[in-house]
Write a new protein. Structure first.
Length: 625
């Protein structure tokens, strides 16, 4: 079948989708035995409808299991809106729509109309407030009062209904960077339906310190039963969503400086349905001697990272890590059939990993970079193979920001753009091959290059543009475009109707989205999220950025300034581009899972999504029940 779209013409191949049972289990689904399809979420159509000045804007998902040739009919209050099938996009502006309208979408496959999607009511604004329940504040042992604000968030289908639920971390007002002494209030994890229904609350207890580097939480369906689990570091006194306490409820391991440098450390898998602790094990590696991690007072010993990786190419594994300034340890686990098993451990202290200490970032990225179908871990300047062996080491040391994707579509494979902190590093900003670590080009800055971003923001140049603190704006191949780069160097988002990415940031803590005007090197405001607050001080990140509903463009969640709600924004710009939901793209979905980790970074796709792109590839996935 020939399809014409994007200004390209291409031929679609038929895809055979098989379904079998997982070996050793009659309960869980399995991927095809021959094709290395990946487990993915079974999502609903995700229809969203928003009142705009000229009617109602409606958008919906093209699922990763559907061919690009799939067409759609849109129904308002049961009556079809479109005269002929919608072929070239997954959005529609209904001039006759009102705030009282209700919309459903039906896919058309081989000329046959499929069942209707769940009905979507019309939002009166381009955002939806999701009510949340703020925990009561408290007082620390040294008589300091604190209150709570909603902080980072993640998503997963916790109940198997095809819609995402939101898991939000509550941080106390006295949360600390690891370098800062002092007591903190407890950290809470809440799970909410999109209508604000609270499903459960986990209290991590007094022995988990509050701050960006302590609680890296993963939300993902690790066992393939169609319902996501939640995984994070726990300790004596952690209370699960059913009220059951892990370890010793009375234990208080905090020292007089507020650090927790004694007592047991755990990792727990929680049920996404009710927050119940399903399995708890010792956190690996143990802290051991505090000074082994870079200092003796408790800063670098508690620098944690986490992620999700398909280490067998088919099913997801848990990645937990400790340390990156000096010693680095990364541990992989599988959660299968109610059992937690360790797959491998990478340790920079091992004789098989010489020179790998001190090469980690405040973030990581995960993708299949060598084409074997299995995921590798970009751990800053260090690459770790799917089997836990060292893949590469650029030797450039620690950094604060990193972006991994097909940044240069004219070059085979993926690339990593990274900035570096050491003033003695050969490059303060560089781009390297994601498989080999080979430096493609870089710039010596001689300073702590603290911010860097990679995104297609200038359609005159194919591929991502790259910029970082104090270096100007460059093409992906190293040609300098301008001494002036966007002042926004935090997040990038697909928001309006074109293929370029917009810039997501904050001003004075209020969320905003800007577009880079490449003709005069300035930013044009697209959205000011009045009444919202960003997170994590100068990082200014939203609670979450992801393709949560509607078509392939991304949504963004900020907390309201009083933390009584999470405010979910969606675009209302019509687009002529038809792309599978980004949440079925393997690299993007894992990026959403690790987005909350330490210094938050935006998710990227496995393919080049930007001006001059090829048609987006159909993901090779199978769906959970």
């Amino acid at each position: 079948m020939m399809i014409k779209n994007w200004g390209y013409t291409w031929k679609l191949s038929a895809l055979l989708v098989l379904s079998t049972a997982v070996a050793g289990s009659a309960l869980l689904p399995a991927p095809p035995a021959v094709a290395a399809a990946r487990q993915a979420e079974k999502l609903s159509r995700g229809v969203v409808a928003v009142k705009v000045s000229s009617g109602v804007f409606v958008s919906w998902r093209l699922l990763g299991t559907e061919n690009a040739s799939t067409t759609f009919n849109l129904y308002r209050n049961g009556t079809k809106v479109n005269a002929s099938p919608i072929t070239d996009s997954t959005n529609y502006q209904d001039a006759a729509g009102t705030t009282s309208s209700s919309y459903t979408v039906r896919a058309i496959v081989n000329g046959v109309e499929q069942p209707a999607s769940p009905a979507a009511a019309v939002w009166s604004n381009n955002y939806k407030d999701i009510p949340i329940q703020k925990p009561a504040g408290g007082t620390t042992p040294d008589n300091v009062s604190y209150t709570y604000s909603a902080n980072d968030a993640s998503v997963g289908d916790l109940d198997g209904d095809g819609e995402y639920e939101i898991i939000v971390k509550w941080d106390p007002s006295n949360s600390k960077d690891n370098s800062q002494s002092g007591y903190t209030g407890n950290v809470y994890l809440d799970a909410y339906k999109l209508n604000g229904t609270l499903l459960w609350r986990i209290d991590l207890g007094k022995n988990i310190r509050a701050g960006a580097h302590y609680t890296q939480f993963l939300v993902y369906d690790f066992d393939g039963d169609g319902k996501a689990e939640v995984v994070c570091k726990t300790a004596d006194g952690t209370k699960d969503g059913t009220g059951v306490v892990i370890g010793n409820a009375a234990a208080d391991h905090r020292n007089s400086s507020g650090y927790v440098l004694a007592g047991p450390e755990f990792m727990t898998v929680f049920s996404g349905t009710n927050g119940k602790a399903l399995s708890t094990t010792d956190y690996l590696p143990p802290r051991g001697n505090v000074s082994d991690w870079g200092d003796n007072y408790g800063n670098r010993v508690d620098r944690f990272l986490a992620g999700v990786a398909y280490l067998d190419g088919v099913r997801p594994s848990i990645i937990m890590a400790r340390g990156y300034y000096t010693r680095t340890v990364v541990v992989a686990y599988d959660w299968r059939n109610g059992a937690l098993t360790r797959r491998w451990t990478f340790d920079s202290n091992s004789s098989t990993n010489p020179g790998t200490a001190g090469q980690g970032n405040h973030n990581l990225s995960i993708a299949d970079v060598d084409g074997d179908g299995k995921d590798e871990i970009a751990y800053g300047s260090l690459g770790i193979d799917d089997n836990g062996a060292k893949l590469y080491n650029t030797g450039l040391g620690h950094g604060d920001a990193m972006h991994q994707s097909d940044l240069n579509p004219d070059r085979a494979g993926l690339e990593v753009f990274q900035v570096h902190e050491s003033t003695g590093a050969a490059y303060g900003a560089e781009i390297h091959d994601a498989k080999t670590g080979q430096i493609l080009w870089g710039l010596h800055t001689g300073s702590d290059t603290g911010r860097g971003l990679a995104a297609d923001i200038d359609p005159r140049h194919k591929g991502a543009e790259l910029w970082a603190s104090g270096i100007g704006l460059y093409t992906v191949t190293g040609t300098k475009i301008s001494d002036t780069a966007p002042s926004s160097v935090n997040f990038a988002i697909w928001w309006d109707g074109d293929l370029s990415r917009e810039l997501l940031d904050h001003t004075g803590g209020t969320g905003k989205i800007d577009k880079w005007n490449y003709s005069n090197n300035s930013l044009t405001r697209l959205l000011t999220a009045t009444g919202t607050s960003s997170n994590n001080s100068t990082k200014g990140n939203p609670s979450l950025q992801a393709d949560l509903i509607g078509d392939w463009r991304e949504e963004v969640i900020w907390r309201t300034s009083d933390s009584t709600a999470l405010r979910l924004f969606t675009t209302t710009d019509v687009t002529a581009y038809k792309i599978h939901t980004l949440m079925h793209d393997p690299v993007y979905r894992l990026g959403v899972a690790w987005q909350n980790v330490a210094y938050n970074q935006p998710p990227h796709t496995s393919y080049y999504l930007g001006t001059g792109m090829n048609p987006s590839p159909k993901p090779d996935i199978y769906l959970t029940p």
